[in-house]
Ligand binder design. Structure first.
Ligand code: ADP
Length: 433
């Protein structure tokens, strides 16, 4: 399921970014191509101005000058003297001549049909010359190529010269095509990189969700497993109760009640943990005296310890401790969990010590036992839900949730809980608040 979500998220992220990038590229290309066209047209107009001035100043238009101008600007010149084509234009071979003539016709038509030509008239300082010219863009129907065209009319004495100049836009179009191709390559490479990065980033985003989902599944599986045992006992006891003689029924009812209590304790633990997962874990801190709280816990657990012949002792500092801002109910719950564990995992005639210290504005609450101890490997896992060390699995009233609840409570108080080995065997659980 998450694989599909991962792929979809990647495509969505990469797709949106790629679309934005393509739109931006298109905008850039549009502006840049327009600029290139404008610049080219402007430089064509400037060249035409220069050519017109040159023409006005020359008494004779030589063929050398014409071919030089053609080569310089990559232009095509066509000169008509009072309507008669110049010899320059008649020198070309037949094929070239017909192509030129066709182009010329098309240019002239475009000149006549274009009403939006950029044109201006120019009167030379020398009153014997009157010239005007106009520039325009046109597409040749025969070659399907784009040209800038200009028609210069030059009045000189009695004769009139008409010069048609064509400039092919082929190189500009090649430049534009090259630019477009470069952009396509860049966009493709960027889209590929975006997809790779999106895959990595969405993977990182999804990781905690996947882990959470795995934890939830594990939690439900473990909870069902834990509930199944007491439920099976209750069902079979109830079944036996139906047919058992009256004197045996009480025993079955006792079993049902005991298992019911176990189930109820387990359900309560699970509700506490699910509340902490949904941020509904309420902690109501107030100023409390931790030494008094510890004393109360000691008194409550002393009979239980005595039953197991365990010596439970408490050591409090001589000086009165400052008050601590914490939820008394929750902290009592943590101490109960730790004491209950210590009594459970300490053999008969063992020793448990409760103590509290205050250093650098922190309270250190510790419960030390000389019980079975916890291996380094297990120390990392005992705060996980439903985790129980192999050798303590036989203990019936333990579900492996106590330390996870304690951990959540202390976390909600912004404190920490650690476990270390006690000297000579056993464990020390320390809560820092
Ligand atoms: P449980 O309800 O099974 O005690 P906890 O979450 O409280 O679950 O503890 C997890 C495991 O950590 C226990 O199953 C036990 O193996 C180990 N453990 C906890 N406290 C002690 C202790 N004081 N001494 C040795 N092992 C302990």
């Amino acid at each position: 399921m998450f694989k599909k979500v991962h792929i979809r998220l990647t495509l969505l992220c990469a797709g949106i970014t790629a679309v934005i990038m393509i739109v931006m590229s298109l905008c850039y290309l549009y502006v840049s191509e327009n600029g290139l066209y404008r610049n080219q047209f402007q430089s064509f107009q400037n060249d035409i101005n220069t050519i017109t001035t040159n023409l006005e100043q020359q008494s004779v238009i030589s063929m050398e000058w014409l071919s030089k101008m053609e080569a310089q600007g990559n232009y095509l010149f066509y000169v008509l003297d009072s309507g008669v084509p110049f010899l320059y234009n008649q020198l070309n071979n037949a094929d070239e001549k017909s192509t030129r003539n066709l182009l010329l016709e098309e240019c002239k038509n475009a000149y006549l049909n274009t009403d939006n030509v950029s044109s201006f008239e120019k009167t030379s300082s020398d009153s014997s010359y009157i010239s005007y010219h106009s520039e325009f863009e046109f597409v040749s129907a025969s070659t399907d190529a784009k040209y800038f065209g200009s028609v210069i009319n030059l009045g000189k004495y009695a004769s009139s010269l008409e010069i048609i100049i064509l400039s092919s836009l082929q190189s500009l179009e090649e430049q534009i095509l090259e630019q477009r191709f470069r952009f396509i390559l860049i966009d493709l490479a960027a889209a590929f990189l975006l997809t790779v990065f999106s895959w990595i980033f969405t993977g990182l985003l999804l990781r905690p969700i996947i882990e959470n989902q795995q934890k939830q599944t594990q939690f439900v599986a473990s909870a069902s497993h834990e509930l199944r045992t007491p439920l099976a006992v209750i069902l079979s006891a109830a079944e036996c109760c139906k047919t058992a003689p009256l004197e045996k029924q009480e025993g079955f009812l006792k079993t049902i009640s005991q298992e019911g209590l176990r189930m109820s304790a387990l359900v309560n633990d699970m509700l506490t943990l699910s509340g902490s997962d949904n941020q509904r874990f309420s902690v109501q801190p107030k100023a409390i005296e931790l030494d008094t709280l510890l004393m109360n816990s000691y008194e409550a657990f002393d009979p239980l310890a005595r039953d197991k012949s365990i010596s439970l002792s408490i050591s409090l500092p001589e000086k009165a401790l400052p008050t601590c801002s914490a939820d008394p109910e929750r902290i009592s719950q943590v101490v109960s969990i730790l004491l209950h564990n210590a009594i459970s995992y300490t053999p008969e005639h063992g020793k448990i010590e409760l103590s509290i210290a205050y250093k650098k504005e922190h309270f250190y609450l510790s419960i030390k036992d000389n019980g079975i101890g916890i291996s380094d490997e297990d120390k990392k896992k005992i705060f996980d839900r439903f985790y129980r060390v192999e050798k303590s699995r036989s203990t019936k009233d333990h579900f492996g949730l106590g330390l996870s609840i304690a951990h959540e409570i202390i976390k909600a108080h912004n404190g920490s809980i650690q476990v270390t080995d006690a000297e000579g065997g056993g464990s020390i659980f320390t809560v820092v608040l």
